[in-house]
Design a protein around this ligand. Structure first.
Ligand SMILES: [Zn+2]
Length: 236
């Protein structure tokens, strides 16, 4: 066992010489004990700390269309912030590993707060299958894998994207809401009856996608409890 650990250590050292692990925010080479981002970027991250608040801006943004139990986001999403790169790489640059790592690190960070207590199933915000085929993965699913690794809460695939919606980036809040209304469905409502689910996505901007998911879940399963976790949240 000891020999195996030694060999694994040498192997990791060798890999890090050939492919140095770098901070995904600033590009500096990572040292032992650092994961994904360096100590400096970790300490400077614009954390929201929403997980310790009973009512926070994420709740507020979803309040109009959804009654949400707990809601949290790791850091503030500002267009000029270097931390946005984490989200963009995980989404558009073929780096599902970043999404997984972020899910794991964030869930570990807030685990002791009790945020995950009583949650039965993690539901990643689904992506239409054609889009997922093109991208090769759904970043929300990868985040869910990271969270599930920490919390041991199973991941469900009960929430489905019914058809593709066009890109959200250039739309106003109301247009976005209309664009995603009725786009999600529940495959097997009985499985979620009386359950507490954690809806997971990479970033919350207007909240229209998550609101639409909440609407679909509540329509299909009236007694469902819903909590929300995203890696980043746009602040206004
Ligand atoms: Zn850094």
């Amino acid at each position: 066992m000891e020999a195996l650990r030694l060999i694994r250590g040498w192997w990791n050292d060798l890999l890090s010489v050939i492919f140095p692990r770098v901070c995904e925010v600033c590009g500096r080479q990572l040292v032992d004990g650092e994961e994904l981002i360096c100590t400096y970027c970790n300490a400077s991250m614009p954390r929201t700390n929403y997980h310790v608040s009973d009512f926070n801006p994420v709740h507020h943004r979803l309040a109009a269309s959804a009654c949400v139990d707990r809601a949290s986001s790791w850091f503030e999403y500002r267009r000029t912030s270097p931390y946005v790169d984490l989200i963009l790489k995980a989404k558009y640059y073929d780096r599902p590993d970043i999404a997984r790592d972020m899910g794991r690190i964030y869930s570990r960070e807030i685990f002791k707060s009790g945020f995950f207590d009583g949650i039965d199933i993690i539901l990643p915000v689904p992506m239409h299958h054609i889009k997922q085929l093109k991208r090769g993965y759904n970043q929300a699913e990868e985040i869910a894998v990271g969270i599930s690794g920490t919390t041991r809460i199973p991941i469900g695939d009960n929430l489905r994207a019914l058809h593709g919606h066009s890109s959200q980036t250039r739309r106003g809040a109301f247009e976005r809401y209309l664009n995603v209304a009725g786009l999600f469905g529940v495959a097997n409502p009985a499985e979620l009856a009386g359950r507490h689910v954690l809806l997971v996505d990479d970033v919350l901007t207007t909240g229209s996608t998550l609101s639409s998911c909440c609407d679909a879940l509540r329509r299909a399963v009236p007694d469902i409890r819903i909590s929300i976790l995203t890696l980043a949240a746009a602040t206004r």
